[in-house]
Design a protein around this ligand. Sequence first.
Ligand SMILES: [Zn+2]
Length: 292
Amino acid sequence: MAKIKRLLKLSVILLTTGAFAACSGGSAESPADSGGAENSVVSESTGNSSALEGTASSAASESSSPESSAQTVPPIAPEPDYEWDKVVALTFDDGPNTTTTNEVLDVLEKHKVVASFFLVGNNINDESAKSVKRAYDLGCEINNHSKTHGYMDKMTAEEIKAEFEYVDEKVLEITGEHTKFFRPPYIAVGDLMWENISVPFISGVGCNDWDNNVSVDRRVAVITKSVKDGGIILMHDAQGNSKTVEAIDKIIPALKEQGYKFTTVSGLFEAKGVTPVTQMIYSNVTQQSMWG
Ligand SMILES: [Zn+2]
């Protein structure tokens, strides 16, 4: 089924010679999480990118070049071999922008893995939308991180709905798909949020990568030591976060070396045969309690 979908997608890509040009210029302001309440385990600062390499058919083994005006290559992600692989999902918060988001995508393409992006609505504009489209076309998943990146546990029901729906509608315009998961800003969660946001909530394992004082090596060490099978890695593609771009260039091959495959958040649930439920905020899709 998924394979058929992928082949269909490939056909569409082959038929439509158009594609998208590389993003340039424009800089979307992206608020880095200042993370006071966040700890290093359940933190807003994990980057999770999921990409499945491995069973890659020949078609999927080529990565698409954003510079190419006629894109004739498929998304990065081939089908994972869920039977025995260890699987993780890389996720990135606080984009989109036209710089760091694209640098992250360059690294993902280099290593032929996909990831999931949790967007801040106020960062979406005509230019940064091209980065979103590029990510989506590469096989990445586009998710929801609220419009304003405020403390939503302090908001009214109407405000909460508006925060979610703004991003959901923008993503629908760009990709044709709704957002599938929600990451609460600062991982701040309240009852009204459960009641007014219909998709599953995602946290993750991070390395405080919103803090520029955290070195590249520290980011790599924390993630590669703390990630587990079924885990969600939480990082940030906020504008200027070049240390995370460098870090994932090391994290991805290191985790591959440990036997991990990369997929999207959706792919992770599918891989582990888990149906996400509400009143849970997932850092690992196999967790049994609200916070894992
Ligand atoms: Zn954030």
